[in-house]
Design a protein around this ligand. Structure first.
Ligand code: ZN
Length: 245
C-alpha cells in the first residue's frame, strides 16, 4: 500500500511522542496530491468530546435547510465471540449525534440508515483484522454506493487505530478499532478524510494527525472543501428532505 506514491510506514505509538507523529504523517498534509489511498489516523488516548452547543441534530438529519448537507451512513459492527458488538446501535446513534456537533460548523450532518452487527468469522473475516491486509476486503464486502461506510472492528495491536479511503478509487469505507469506535473525534476525523480533507498541523483542528481532547475545530476552508467533495464525489450519499430511502 502506498501513500502519495510512497510506502506507508507503520509507527509504534509507544515509542513516539505526538510531535514525531505529526512530522511522520506530514505526507498527508494540505497541498498533497488529491489522489490519495488509505490514510492512517494515529491517535493517542483521546478524551471524549464535550458538546458545547445545546442544539443537536437528531439521528435523522434531513432538513428543509437547503444549505445543510445530510449524508447517509451505514455502520457495521463486528461482534466478539460472546456476541457483544464493538459498537452497539444505541452507541452508534450517540456517536453520530456527537459527530454532528463536530461537523455542525460546516453545515454537514450524518444519519444512520443501516446498522448491522455481524459475527466476522461467519463471513470469513477476522475479528481483529490486519488493516493493511484486510481493509479492502472488508470494505468491498460492506460498501454500498449510496452510503458512507463505517466498520467497527476488534482491537488492533499496532499504532494505527483507524483508516479511511479517500475519494478516488474504492472500495470505500472507514475501519476503526474497538478502543476508538465510540470517539466522535476519531471517527469524525476519518469522515474528514472521506470528504477529501488531509491532515493539518493546527493542534486544535479535527484533521490534526494527533487526535486528542481538543482536536475539534474545522475551518471555513475545510468546510468549503468537504462540501465541494460531497457534491463532486458523494451525491448519492446526500439526502434531501423528501428522499425516500
Ligand atoms: Zn488522518
Amino acid at each position: 500500500m502506498t501513500l502519495h506514491g510512497r510506502k506507508v510506514r507503520t509507527m509504534r505509538i509507544q515509542s513516539l511522542n505526538p510531535v514525531l507523529l505529526i512530522l511522520a504523517l506530514s505526507a498527508c498534509g494540505p497541498g498533497a496530491s488529491p489522489i490519495s489511498p488509505t490514510v492512517p489516523a494515529q491517535t493517542m488516548d483521546p478524551a471524549p468530546p464535550q458538546n458545547s452547543s445545546t442544539q443537536t441534530y437528531s439521528a435523522t438529519c434531513r432538513s428543509n435547510d437547503p444549505d445543510l448537507q445530510c449524508l447517509g451512513l451505514k455502520v457495521v459492527s463486528f461482534q466478539n465471540e460472546s456476541g457483544i458488538p464493538v459498537l452497539k446501535e444505541s452507541e452508534t446513534l450517540k456517536l453520530i449525534e456527537e459527530m454532528n456537533q463536530v461537523w455542525k460548523p460546516c453545515k454537514i450532518a450524518f444519519q444512520l440508515e443501516k446498522y448491522e452487527a455481524i459475527h466476522p468469522e461467519s463471513q470469513g473475516l477476522p475479528y481483529s483484522p490486519d488493516w493493511k491486509r484486510d481493509s479492502d476486503t472488508i470494505r468491498a464486502r460492506f460498501d454500498e454506493n449510496n452510503r458512507f461506510l463505517i466498520v467497527a472492528v476488534g482491537p488492533w495491536t499496532n499504532a494505527t487505530i483507524a483508516v479511511a479511503q479517500m475519494p478516488g478509487n474504492g472500495p470505500f469505507g472507514i475501519l476503526v478499532s474497538e478502543k476508538y469506535a465510540k470517539n466522535a473525534y476519531t471517527v469524525g476525523h476519518e469522515l474528514g478524510h472521506y470528504q477529501g480533507l488531509y491532515h493539518l498541523r493546527n493542534k486544535r483542528n479535527l484533521m490534526n494527525s494527533y487526535i486528542g481532547p481538543f482536536t475539534s475545530d474545522l475551518g471555513s476552508g475545510q468546510c468549503s472543501f468537504a462540501r465541494k467533495t460531497n457534491l463532486k464525489h458523494w451525491r448519492k450519499m446526500l439526502r434531501g428532505p423528501t428522499d425516500v430511502l
